[in-house]
Design a protein around this ligand. Structure first.
Ligand code: A2P
Length: 282
């Protein structure tokens, strides 16, 4: 990977730009619109949002006023947990398109799996939601479909369907590498995306990462993003700050050595969201 617009090929044939621009916790309205425009001006071609971020209107406005043609952009959104099931997922997708002001998505994801802690029939619920995702894909309304926060036991049932997931977007940063899930995804041709590649900022004060970053003359944020790329994972760093949007894009002029990759890969848990897909109560 040599630039933000270099791509990873998904099973559908869709080309996923190797770094995405995250928008979780970005306020809606002009803040989201201006930040997305700034990201696109900087060279990001992959924008990640979700219905539950409640900023699709602003994100869509940023996309539509960016001056870059829609076909050159890769836009992802996600169906929220309250909208699981066939009919509700189809209706949620229509609302997302309308809020974004777009007529198709590049990638649509199930935001969280229904899990055994909340539903006796969690597998059936996930399969029904997936049936709607497949229908949207077959209708050409979305170029690729996938999931987020799915662990191997959630993925297994979907992998047996006619159109298996193409992407799994998971929490991924130093100290939280979800090795089993990543390995499962690799074995099943599912691309892995990293949400919170900076641990929502928590990684920035880590002394090990600071020491390694310093040796490359790079920031911890750049080190974390580059580390994702070298592990074959697509990072989705979020920032609404123009200088950081640019900083997070400047990750193609250095290479982390194998020894440093090993050291970061072996780091113990050092903070994260604490959200476990089988234990969340939302
Ligand atoms: P802000 O949006 O105010 O610029 P993650 O992508 O892991 O969720 O991390 C996002 C958080 O990290 C946000 O609070 C964001 O702040 C902050 N952030 C993003 N990029 C950088 C950076 N290069 N340096 C410092 N903080 C950053």
């Amino acid at each position: 990977m040599h630039a933000l617009h270099d791509t990873v090929l998904l099973r559908s044939g869709a080309a996923l730009p190797c770094v995405g621009y995250g928008t979780w916790q970005t306020p809606d309205g002009e803040t989201a619109a201006a930040a997305v425009r700034e990201a696109i001006r900087t060279g990001y071609r992959h924008i990640d949002t979700a219905a539950c971020y409640e900023n699709e209107v602003g994100v869509g406005q940023g996309i539509r006023t960016s001056g870059v043609r829609r076909e050159e952009l890769f836009v992802t959104s996600k169906v929220w947990n309250t909208e699981r099931g066939y009919d509700k997922t189809l209706a949620a997708f229509d609302r997302t398109l309308s809020d974004l002001g777009l007529d198709y998505l590049d990638l649509y994801l199930i935001h969280w799996p229904a899990s055994a802690s909340q539903f006796a029939d969690w597998e059936a619920i996930n399969l029904e939601t997936w049936r709607a995702m497949t229908a949207l894909y077959r209708a050409g309304k979305v170029r690729a479909i996938g999931v987020s926060n799915f662990l191997p036991h959630h993925l297994k049932a979907l992998c047996g369907t006619e159109v298996p997931p193409m992407v799994n977007q998971i929490e991924y940063h130093p100290g939280q590498t979800q090795a089993e899930t990543v390995q499962f995804c690799r074995a099943h041709g599912i691309a892995v995306e990293a949400w919170s590649p900076l641990g929502t900022g928590r990684m920035l004060s880590n002394e090990t990462l600071q020491r390694i970053a310093r040796s490359y003359g790079k920031s911890v944020a750049q080190l974390c993003i580059r580390w994702c790329l070298q592990n074959g994972v697509v990072p989705l760093p979020k920032s609404v700050t123009p200088a950081r949007i640019a900083e997070n894009a400047a990750v193609f002029d250095f290479e982390i050595t194998a020894a440093d990759m090993d050291a970061i890969n072996a780091m113990p848990y050092c903070g994260g969201s604490g959200l476990h897909p089988d234990r969340v109560d939302f």
